[in-house]
Design a protein around this ligand. Structure first.
Ligand SMILES: [Zn+2]
Ligand SMILES: [Zn+2]
Length: 248
């Protein structure tokens, strides 16, 4: 089957994302956009992803648990989990690695936990837009220990891309999928960083507003929408990554 996936979407819990990005609204917009699978990937938190999974279960939309972690090197890495418990445990390990710095909502924006019925649960007090005290290889290992998949985000882009900040793909990620930006076609990324040819290059919207959900996506040909099946499809080249810049 073909699985249209957008696996990089921010919710209202990310200070940089719009308040309209409630878990229920994200799921509903993702359905309209013809997606089969999404992941809510807030900065250094999985919390709204739990409510997105609830909203998804009701609407028949599969939702992976996710987070966009920021490492000590200021590299953004998407971390995906199949099961809620894996994501909860991973979150429990990562959250204490975030500096104890309060969010200033007037400057960075609100960080709102919203449930599957659009009720505000709480405001996150710690600034999520910050680097965790963990390196890229350590994070990749921690994600694997918890049964998840780590995919460095927008690897070719400044200021948080893996290749921009490290200049190379660490050996821990040999042959593994990487994400390139929504607005960066594959050929363009390869011109800048030829080493990317050794990796499956996925694309997602990195949406911060509802209208952007699905603007870039990856269509996997896989027997089921599980992480293992997606990874196998990516490594075998059974996918198509598409973005707005490809259509003039
Ligand atoms: Zn990012
Ligand atoms: Zn992002």
């Amino acid at each position: 089957m073909t699985i249209a996936a957008d696996l990089h979407i921010h919710s209202a819990l990310s200070p940089c994302a719009a308040l309209e990005m409630s878990p229920a609204a994200i799921v509903s917009r993702a359905r309209e956009a013809g997606l089969d699978l999404i992941a809510v990937t807030d900065h250094n938190s999985v919390e709204n992803g739990f409510f997105a999974a609830e909203a998804g279960a009701r609407a028949g939309m599969r939702v992976l648990f996710g987070m966009e972690a920021q490492t000590r090197e200021d590299v953004h890495v998407l971390c995906y989990f199949e099961q809620r418990l894996q994501a909860e445990r991973f979150h429990g390990r990562v959250y204490p690695l975030l500096p104890d710095m309060a969010n200033n909502p007037d400057y960075f924006g609100d960080q709102v936990v919203v449930d599957a019925e659009d009720n505000i649960v709480r405001h996150e007090g710690k600034l999520l837009l910050n680097a965790l005290d963990i390196s890229v290889p350590e994070l990749v290992e921690l994600v694997r220990e918890h049964g998840g998949l780590a995919v460095p985000a927008h690897v070719e882009a400044s200021p948080y891309g893996l290749l921009v900040n490290l200049g190379m793909v660490p050996p821990e990620l040999g042959g593994m999928p990487l994400e390139i930006s929504a607005d960066c076609p594959r050929e363009q990324a390869l011109r800048e960083f030829p080493a990317l040819a050794r990796h499956p290059l996925l694309r997602n919207s990195d949406a911060h507003f509802l209208r952007d959900i699905g603007r870039a996506r990856t269509e996997f040909t896989a027997p089921e929408p599980t992480l293992a099946a997606l990874l196998a499809a990516a490594r075998a080249g059974r996918f198509r990554a598409d973005g707005p810049a490809d259509h003039g």
